[in-house]
Design a protein around this ligand. Structure first.
Ligand code: IPE
Ligand code: IPE
Ligand code: MG
Length: 242
């Protein structure tokens, strides 16, 4: 890489990257393994991608781990996914904390098993002052659910219709303190949002690598960032022609 490319890339590092971690089931199937083995392999990968993100200068990394629609999967898979999240917290929390990661959650915690709720709350509390990178776990998250939740709370607060604007709606979202994602990555070749960050992604750049999530490594992330850096974001506007 030349210096110029290096600088260019560095200047255009997305502040907030959001990832739809898809393809665990197909990764496992291709190896003749049960789906849960794919989910386990997927969580092994979290470590790699979180570290690489911090190294590349990403400030916020949001990870879609369980959607409000994923409850419709077989009970054994749902229970397995709950256990896997609990295990990841047990295994990784202290190291992430020491490395300066702040953990947040978006979605509904109620509805999750009590012990898991406790682990998540504890992780958020422990890491709340960390500054190196913010990791947002979207678990039991749905974009429409988030909007419905916001509307309910606005009504409860008796918000006046004339006071409703983008800023106010933003403040009723689970993501209220966070910048919108600059780049959304969905692994596995699928190209749809599946109810992810509906309000927040209207001007995000999207990137769809073919690899399944367990195979999305540091090099794949580097490619995604390079692809992003080469894009021009216009937000509906147009520069004056010189
Ligand atoms: C993504 O992998 C993880 C979750 C949705 C929890 P999938 O489980 O959707 O894997 P595929 O899409 O079936 O391969
Ligand atoms: C989206 O993937 C949810 C997560 C990755 C957590 P799904 O695999 O559940 O989405 P669909 O069913 O293919 O749209
Ligand atoms: Mg999937």
């Amino acid at each position: 890489m030349t210096n110029q490319e290096n600088t260019k890339e560095h200047n255009k590092v997305p502040k907030h990257v959001a990832i739809i971690m898809d393809g665990n089931g197909r990764w496992a199937k291709a190896r003749g393994l049960p789906r849960l083995a794919g989910h386990r392999a997927g969580t092994e990968n979290l470590r790699t991608i979180i570290r690489a993100s911090a190294k590349f200068g990403i400030e916020v990394l949001t990870l879609y781990a369980f959607s409000t629609e994923n409850w419709a999967r077989p009970k054994s898979e749902v229970t397995g996914l709950m256990h896997i999240l609990a295990d990841v917290i047990d295994r990784e929390l202290m190291e992430l904390h020491e490395e300066g990661a702040r953990l947040m959650h978006v979605g509904h915690l109620d509805g999750l098993p009590n012990n898991l709720q406790k682990k998540v709350r504890n992780a958020i509390e422990l890491t709340k002052d960390n500054k190196r990178i913010t990791i947002v776990i979207a678990f039991n998250y749905g974009g429409r659910d988030e909007i419905i939740n916001a509307i309910k709370n606005m009504i409860r607060d008796e918000v006046k219709p004339d006071n409703v604007d983008e800023e106010l709606v933003n403040n009723y979202m689970f993501t209220k303190s966070l910048p919108d994602p600059d780049l959304v990555i969905r692994t596995s070749g699928e190209q749809r949002t599946s109810n992810f960050l509906t309000w927040q992604t209207v001007y995000s750049e999207w990137y769809f690598p073919e690899v399944y999530w367990p195979d999305f490594n540091e090099e794949e992330l580097r490619k995604a960032l390079k692809n992003y850096a080469d894009r021009e974001r216009r937000f509906g506007g147009l520069k004056e022609e010189s």
